[in-house]
Design a protein around this ligand. Structure first.
Ligand SMILES: [Mn+2]
Length: 359
């Protein structure tokens, strides 16, 4: 069976030439993703690294900090250097780099200290492949930016096809790319604006990857502590504002300690309250383990845009249905601030849930 479809090209011929020229002229390439790398950032950078290495380049992935434990199974993830735990080697790679690729991020700031270091110490060209809104074009030399796209992994796959590299795509790369598409779409349930996403996932399956195993590795590899933590938060800490179709929970360092929290244990928890029928907005306030700030996560559905709220109240930003920010307060004050935000949007939140908006 052969199902063919047309893939519109991502790049203008001139941009494709520029991209190819940059790759051709470089020897030492560093590929970076955003702070707190997720499945999409890790999958896209590693698959791109594989492509560049196959071309004979010295290519390395450098991340701002470590990826969560639930992604450790990903092939080659152990080769990633991060700017926090492998500072010396990461710095050496950056100092030697004659080309940078920044994947799954839209501004240098998204890499925190790693971004500042690169900005200050390197003049090598900076190329971006990304799907976040409002890219800071002026910070980069070439930008492949498609905010409509499900994931950066989908973009990288399309780019590889455009570069004629699909036939040589290895099962390892296909596994990495599939992970990013799967995680950024919540298992193919949101952020899919384009039916091609499914066709492209099918092209990855054709490489002989084990999609069931990937799914299990990501979603069914919980520790008992994590299960009990989620149960605790949802049964004891969740406040709901039923008239406003909103919920709010806090996660303190003490609770993390009680449940032997490890990085990644709260990942996805903020989506849970949205499983309640009619719920439009879920807010999570989490005490950071490294800095004295409260990390704010917002998830929304039913037509509510949470990005505006993140910008206005939480020093942050993001997508229409997934945004975040941070507050320099103790947790009790952060709760007050969140309730202020909810009150400010009360009229909109009161309305019954509508069909989701895309972004
Ligand atoms: Mn992404």
């Amino acid at each position: 069976m052969d199902i063919s479809f047309t893939l519109p090209s991502l790049l203008q011929p001139a941009d494709l030439m520029t991209l190819m020229r940059h790759i051709k002229e470089s020897r030492n390439i560093v590929i970076c993703g955003h702070h707190a790398p997720d499945g999409d950032a890790l999958g896209s950078t590693l698959a791109w690294q594989g492509y560049l290495r196959a071309l004979g380049k010295k290519a390395n992935v450098v991340m701002p900090n470590a990826h969560p434990d639930f992604l450790r199974w990903m092939p080659q993830s152990q080769t990633v250097k991060n700017f926090r735990d492998h500072y010396a080697v990461a710095r050496r790679l950056i100092d030697e780099a004659d080309l940078f690729f920044f994947l799954d991020l839209n501004e240098m700031q998204r890499m925190q200290a790693l971004g500042s270091y690169i900005a200050q110490h390197s003049r090598a060209p900076r190329l971006v492949v990304d799907h976040h809104l409002n890219p800071k074009t002026e910070e980069f030399d070439l930008m492949v930016s498609y905010p409509d796209m499900s994931s950066t992994c989908e973009l990288i796959l399309r780019l590889l096809i455009e570069l004629g590299a699909y036939d040589d795509l290895t099962p390892t790369q296909a596994t990495q790319l599939y992970t990013g598409i799967m995680t950024d779409t919540g298992c193919f349930s949101y952020s899919i604006a384009d039916p091609l996403t499914f066709a492209l996932a099918g092209m990855l399956l054709r490489k002989g990857i084990d999609a069931e195993e990937i799914n299990k590795n990501v979603y069914h590899s919980w520790s008992e502590n994590k299960l009990r933590l989620w149960n605790h938060i949802l049964s004891k800490n969740l406040r709901t504002y039923p008239e406003l179709h909103t919920s709010l929970y806090t996660l303190t360092r003490q609770t993390m300690k009680d449940f032997h929290f490890i990085r990644g244990d709260a990942e996805g928890l903020v989506n849970e309250p949205l499983k309640v029928k009619g719920m439009k907005l879920s807010i999570a306030l989490r005490e950071d383990t490294e800095e004295d700030v409260i990390r704010v996560s917002l998830r929304s559905t039913g037509g509510f845009q949470c990005r505006d709220m993140a910008e206005q109240f939480f020093n942050g930003g993001g997508h229409a249905n997934a945004a975040g920010g941070k507050l320099p307060f103790p947790i009790e004050e952060a709760v007050k601030k969140a309730e202020e935000a909810i009150a400010a949007y009360a009229d909109e939140l009161k309305k019954p849930a509508e069909r989701n908006i895309k972004d």
